[in-house]
Design a protein around this ligand. Sequence first.
Ligand code: CO
Length: 150
Amino acid sequence: MKLGRLNHIGIATPSIADAIVFYRDIMGATKIHAPFDLESQGVKVCFVDTPGVDGALNGTQIELIEPLPGNTSIAGFLEKNPAGGQHHMCYEVPDIHAAKAEFEAMGKRVLGEPRIGAHGTLIFFVHPRDMQGVLTEFMETPKAGEHWSN
Ligand code: CO
């Protein structure tokens, strides 16, 4: 395994609309993407960009996550953390299937099969108990120019 770029930090929120106001007016975010439903995972998602080095558009993003009706995992997180909070971190890998095999070979609990994530590339999660307490997402690196498609 080779540690990859920190693509985004997932933040669960009871209201993406309220969170957008916070990141815009309190945190000074200038690039907030349009929220969209990720039906396959039962969530509404909104990406907020942070600047990269020297203002380049390759900074780590914040992924705001609000549960859609019927969602259980994010809704359960919000039951324990009603104001929302940090939910997961996501690192890029060059090959999602190779990464999954490597983590499984190390005895880490991969949660399900790779599936299409919020950036349109394949992702999987690894159980926080095997990852120093952090729910960790891995995503296949988007092709050039696709980081900001949402
Ligand atoms: Co994520």
